[in-house]
Design a protein around this ligand. Structure first.
Ligand SMILES: [Zn+2]
Length: 380
C-alpha cells in the first residue's frame, strides 16, 4: 500500500509489493492471512520491479479496495500505527472493502463503550457513546438509564488520534462548548474499535456536509471531515505583565487556533489564541523584545489584541513552532473554504481575548504595558 519508493518485501498471498512498514504489519497477520517474503533486489532490475509493482499492486487494489467508503481515511506512512494496521487488516484480513460498506461505521446509529477520561479525577471510565448520523449528534452517558451527559453536534466535532492518553488506541475529541474548546479523551482496548469510531465520526460529518453543501462533490468535502493538529507540545509562556514569570504550558495548534493548557489532557484550555492572516496584523518571530525576560529559546507572537512571549526548550523546537504558526498566518484563504464558516463560528463564539482562570484578564490588562511594548517591538 501507500508509496513504493523502494519495495523490499512482497506478500506472495496477495501478489503485492510492500515497504518495510507495511511488511511488518502483514507479518503480524501471520502466514495464514499473508505470506511475506523479502526480495533480493540485486537480482531484479528496477524497471522490472516497477512493472510488477504496477500490475500486482493494482490488481490487488482493484479487488480489495473496490468499495472503500469515501470517508474512510486511507493512511499514509507517517500516520499513527493503529490507523495503518487497521487499514491493512480491514483490507486483507476482514476484507471490508470487497463489497459495499456494511461495517458498524456505515450504520445510521453506532453505539458502544469507550474508556473516557474523567474530568475531575483524570481516571478512565467505561462510558456508553451513541453516534447518530440522522441526528448528527454524538452523545455519551454516565448512567445509561438517564439523559446523556453531553450531546455534541457533529458539525463542530473533530477527532484526532492521540497517544497522550498512554494507550496506542487513543482519540481526542474536540468541540466548542460555551465558547471554549472542550476536549474529551477516549481509548479502546482493540485497535479496530477506535478506528471504527473515528471512521463513523467521519461518515456522520460527511452526511452533515452533504446536506450543507448539496452541490459539492464528495471529494471536495472529504478534506474537511477531520483535522489533525498541526503541532502540539510543551512551551513556556509569560503573562502579560512585565514582571510575570514563564510557566510551562501544553500548546496545540489546531488550524487557526493556538490553545494552551496546563496539562496535555486538560478538558479545557486556559487560553485560546485566534490566528488570523498576516496582513491583519499577525506575525511571529524569534527572540523576545529587549529588556523583557527570555526563556531559553524565545519567540514573539503578535496578534492585534496582544503580544505573546513564548519560550522553547531548544532552537529546533522554536523553529518548528515558528514555521508552523507562519504556515497558518501566511495561508491564503481558499475561495471554496468550507472551514470558513467554522472559522466565523469560532470568531463569534469565543473571543480570542478570552482566556480562563488566572489568565482571565490578560487580554485587557495588557494595555498598561502595550505602549511601552510598542517601542520595544519595532526590533527587526
Ligand atoms: Zn507501505
Amino acid at each position: 500500500m501507500f508509496n513504493f519508493k523502494d519495495p523490499l518485501w512482497a506478500s506472495t498471498t496477495f501478489g503485492v509489493f510492500l515497504c518495510t512498514q507495511c511488511a511488518s504489519i502483514h507479518r503480524q497477520l501471520t502466514v495464514s492471512i499473508s505470506r511475506v517474503k523479502s526480495l533480493k533486489l540485486d537480482n531484479l532490475e528496477q524497471s522490472h520491479v516497477a512493472v510488477m509493482e504496477e500490475n500486482g499492486n493494482k490488481v490487488a487494489k482493484d479487488k480489495y479496495e473496490k468499495f472503500v467508503p469515501p470517508y474512510y481515511r486511507r493512511p499514509k506512512h507517517d500516520d499513527v500505527q493503529v490507523l495503518k494496521e487497521q487499514w491493512i487488516r480491514a483490507k486483507y484480513e476482514r476484507r471490508e472493502f470487497m463489497q459495499p460498506a456494511s461495517a458498524c461505521y456505515a450504520q445510521n446509529v453506532m453505539e458502544g463503550t469507550l474508556m473516557k477520561r474523567g474530568k475531575k479525577d483524570g481516571k478512565f471510565y467505561p462510558r456508553l457513546f451513541v453516534l447518530s448520523q440522522a441526528e448528527g449528534t454524538l452523545k455519551y452517558y454516565v448512567n445509561e438509564n438517564k439523559n446523556p451527559k453531553t450531546v455534541i453536534n457533529v458539525e463542530y466535532l473533530n477527532a484526532t488520534f492521540c497517544d497522550k492518553v498512554m494507550n496506542p488506541n487513543g482519540l481526542q475529541l474536540t468541540y466548542l462548548k460555551d465558547g471554549y474548546t472542550r476536549s474529551i479523551f477516549v481509548y479502546t482496548e482493540k485497535g479496530k474499535d477506535i478506528v471504527d469510531w473515528y471512521t463513523a465520526i467521519r461518515a456522520a460529518r460527511l452526511a452533515r456536509l452533504q446536506v450543507a453543501f448539496p452541490t459539492k462533490k464528495i471529494e471536495e468535502l472529504v478534506p474537511f471531515l477531520t483535522r489533525d493538529f498541526i503541532m502540539e507540545g510543551e512551551l513556556h509562556k509569560t503573562g502579560p505583565r512585565v514582571g510575570d514569570t514563564y510557566k510551562k504550558r501544553w500548546f496545540i495548534l489546531d488550524d487557526r487556533k493556538l490553545m494552551y493548557m496546563e496539562h496535555p489532557l486538560d478538558p479545557y484550555p486556559k487560553g485560546e489564541i485566534f490566528l488570523g492572516e498576516k496582513y491583519q496584523g499577525y506575525s511571529v518571530k524569534p527572540g523576545i523584545p529587549p529588556a523583557l525576560k527570555e526563556y531559553k529559546f524565545g519567540f514573539t507572537l503578535i496578534t492585534p489584541e496582544r503580544t505573546w512571549l513564548i519560550g522553547a526548550e531548544t532552537e529546533e523546537i522554536r523553529e518548528n513552532w515558528i514555521n508552523a504558526i507562519n504556515s497558518v498566518i501566511e495561508k491564503q484563504p481558499q475561495p471554496q473554504d468550507y472551514s470558513e464558516s467554522w472559522k466565523n463560528d469560532l470568531r463569534n463564539s469565543y473571543s480570542y481575548k478570552k482566556s480562563r482562570n488566572s489568565d482571565r484578564n490578560s487580554g485587557s490588562s495588557f494595555s498598561g504595558t502595550l505602549r511601552k511594548g510598542k517601542n520595544f517591538f519595532s526590533f527587526a
